[in-house]
Design a protein around this ligand. Structure first.
Ligand code: BGC
Length: 718
């Protein structure tokens, strides 16, 4: 099977290759495959919001609306939360009855949503349905790996299927809008939200963005199992200075265009119905009042026809940013810049009327935003089918197929960072007859398997590594918690060392607590928190072979671990099927094939560190000491972008360009180049290889965005 995927010129992935058992059987443990890359541009999704019929319905409705009803459509409240400048608690039901509640977030459950919907649809004057939104970030009830982990599978089909599964479950709970995918490029592991996206590469990030959107929105957005996607946070939020949450972003237009915008463009091209405006400033202008990005680029250049929602109170925060003197100015600046819906600051509803009355705001500006929101509601089929089927709701959650997909996703997300031989033999995959000590705070923590942003997932549904290994190993598994993730206590060291000494092999399940990544979880240190490293050092000192299994929401700087621990498996936060997926991988029933999508540094001081940086004029190593670098650290990462090992071995032939050479101009007009390589599985078992091709444009100073060039890959399963 062959599938086409696309890229820009800075990086290209050539393909993903699975050399299966069948191939191996046929060719006596060696097989070859050919992959090809060519250069094309993104295929555009026929726009979902481009219907004359819908436009006509919107126009008719708009004519009947009062100003207050219009502003209701531009207002989103969070269930049960107090809101607005005066921090008032709203009466949701009463507002719905008066047609003043366009959207709600954080209310879910078919019954609860239906109840409130009934107020809007049956009691309000114009019967406009409410749009219910929720942060369905990596699964709903069936929680799958955090997005950073999922991206390490380099498998867009998998991401699409996971997103679809999330849509099927969330829509059964009344949710027709998710605030996902997060498509922020992140080049700095200190930033906690790196966990929520697809890493540092604009190309891979764009492919993933499109895949998530396709999965959520499906073939038909009006299908009751389809959910509106929201690409966030627009834009460049991941470029926060110092990796410090909500911090200033000051980058060039070129970097904006080449690095941070492409995944948003890909999401828009894939048909994403909504975009969320970010918290950060960009070149001194807050993203939620930035006309350049919200209107000139998004609407004029890209032709986006969905609507923009602010991030949580990011309109109100324009006052804190200092660009608006009060709430009224904040509302005016956000709306006229291009933010259509106000999440939670309640400034549109309270401040825009006086601006219209005083003539500072034209009604057409409001009408335009209301039309965008209504258009999306029509496209979702909300007017025809505003309610959720309450009877079938429970049966759509955690079905065997969903759980199976979550396991597959976890398995594909694992990255084997290191697997060195100990006494001539690699520890992984584990031999079946050994006694195993399993030690660490994440070995048996159900809650620890989920990571950030789990709204409806119940940690009781998660299977831990201890549970899965106990099923296989029975009394050959010895468990000790050892330490807590963040605690300073060493009280458990003794029991952990006893366990290690009794075993043939030690598995250390260490990492970050699940709430150490995600929003407002920036770190200035990238080590194993608490006493975990100290415990690991003590266990390694026993002389037993050690495998380190890492659970974390960001790249970590683990220089001691990388030098002294023979095997390291990166597991991220794997979701409900953590245990089974890890057991199958550790015992070799699954051959790890994940590849890093974010660089692991040696030291925090290297941050930001990413593979596609510009050259300097003095690259290291050089003829003398006047080269780019540090006096106390190497330039190279601990584990680079794209890194990942396998239990088998792949050999590469040199690459060949198999088509005639074409000029950059031809390439820009949709021309293509094919590159081929022969990849051979020369190792002892079946495996999957992500074939990566890196290219750069030499001999030109031109920016890619002024003359966009895109590259394509083919992804191949054999
Ligand atoms: C986050 C968004 C999220 C929103 C709604 C904000 O604090 O930045 O990512 O979608 O809250 O929960």
């Amino acid at each position: 099977m062959k599938k086409r995927i696309t890229s820009n010129l800075v990086c290209a992935v050539l393909g993903m290759l699975t050399l299966t058992d069948a191939c191996l059987a046929a060719t006596n443990a060696v097989d070859t495959a050919m992959v090809a890359a060519s250069f094309i541009s993104y295929a555009e999704h026929p726009t979902l919001f481009d219907s004359r019929e819908i436009d006509a319905k919107v126009a008719t409705l708009l004519k009947q609306m009062t100003l207050k009803e219009k502003l209701g459509q531009l207002t989103q409240f969070s269930n049960g939360d107090a809101t607005g400048p005066d921090n008032v608690k709203i009466d949701q039901s009463e507002l719905a009855t008066r047609g003043r509640l366009g959207s709600m977030l954080n209310l879910s459950g078919a019954k609860a949503c239906n109840e409130l919907q009934r107020q809007a649809v049956e009691k309000s004057r114009l019967k406009i349905p409410i749009l219910f939104g929720l942060d369905v970030i990596h699964g709903h009830h069936t929680v799958y790996p955090i997005p950073l982990g999922l991206s390490a599978a380099w498998d867009t089909d998998l991401a699409e299927r996971c997103a679809r599964m999330a849509a099927v479950e969330a829509t059964a709970d009344g949710i027709r809008w998710t605030f996902s995918p997060m498509v922020d490029i992140a080049r700095d592991a200190r930033w906690g939200r790196i966990a929520e996206g697809s890493g540092e590469d604009p190309y891979l990030g764009s492919l993933m963005a499109a895949a998530w959107v396709r999965g959520y929105q499906g073939e038909d957005l009006s299908d009751s199992a389809s959910m509106l996607a929201c690409a966030k946070h627009y834009v460049a939020y991941g470029g926060a200075e110092g990796g410090r949450e909500y911090n200033t972003v000051d980058i060039s237009e070129r970097t904006l265009r080449e690095v941070y915008l492409p995944p948003f463009k890909a999401a828009v091209d894939a048909g994403a119905g909504t975009i969320m405006s970010a918290f950060n400033t960009l070149q001194g202008v807050p993203a939620s009042a930035n006309r350049h990005t919200l209107t000139e680029i998004l609407r004029t250049e890209w032709g986006f026809r969905g609507f923009v929602v602010s991030d949580w109170d990011s309109i109100g925060e324009l006052v804190q940013h200092g660009v608006a003197l009060d709430g009224s100015e904040a509302a005016l600046k956000a709306l006229t810049a291009g933010v259509d819906m106000d999440m939670q600051s309640n400034l549109y509803d309270t401040k825009l009327p006086e601006l219209v009355q005083s003539g500072r705001l034209e009604m057409e500006v409001i009408d335009q935003s209301v039309a965008r929101v209504l258009r999306v509601k029509f496209a979702l089929g909300l007017f025809e089918r505003p309610y959720t089927d309450e009877r079938s709701s429970a049966s759509r959650m955690l079905t065997p197929e969903h759980v199976e997909l979550a396991r597959q996703a976890a398995e594909e997300s694992f990255v084997l960072l290191k697997n060195d031989p100990v006494n001539g033999k690699r520890i992984l995959p584990l031999a079946v007859d050994k006694t195993v000590a399993l030690i660490g705070p994440l070995a048996d923590s159900q809650a620890g398997m989920f990571g950030a942003w789990v709204m409806k997932g119940d940690s009781k549904d998660a299977v831990t590594v201890r549970q899965s290994l106990a099923r296989r190993l029975k009394d050959r598994l010895i468990y000790a918690r050892g330490v807590d993730t963040r605690d300073e206590s060493e009280a458990g060291f003794g029991a952990a060392l006893v366990a290690a000494n009794q075993a043939d092999i030690v598995l250390m399940a260490l990492g970050e607590a699940p709430d150490m990544s995600g929003e407002a979880e920036s770190r200035a240190k990238l080590d194993l928190p608490g006493k975990q490293l100290k415990l690991l050092q003590a266990v390694v000192a026993t002389g037993k072979p050690v495998v380190l299994i890492l659970f974390n929401g960001r790249p970590l700087a683990l220089p001691w671990e990388a030098e002294h621990v023979p095997a390291i498996l990166e597991a991220w936060f794997p979701g409900v099927q953590a245990g089974p997926a890890l057991a199958r991988t550790l015992f070799g029933e699954v051959n790890p094939a994940g590849r890093l999508t974010a660089t692991f540094p040696r030291s925090v001081g290297q941050m930001p560190l990413y593979y596609n940086s510009f050259n300097t004029g003095r690259p290291a190593p050089g003829k003398n000491r006047y080269v780019t670098g540090y006096i106390d650290e190497r330039n190279t990462p601990l584990f680079p972008f794209g890194w990942g090992l396998s239990y088998t071995k792949f050999d590469y032939s040199p690459t060949r360009i198999t088509t005639r050479k074409i000029s950059a101009a031809e390439l820009n007009q949709g021309g293509s180049i094919s590159v081929e390589a022969t990849v051979t599985n020369s190792g002892p078992r079946a495996g999957t290889e992500v074939v990566q091709l890196y290219i750069c444009q030499r001999g030109t100073m031109r920016s890619l965005w002024s003359e966009p060039v895109s590259a394509v890959t083919s992804r191949t399963w054999l």
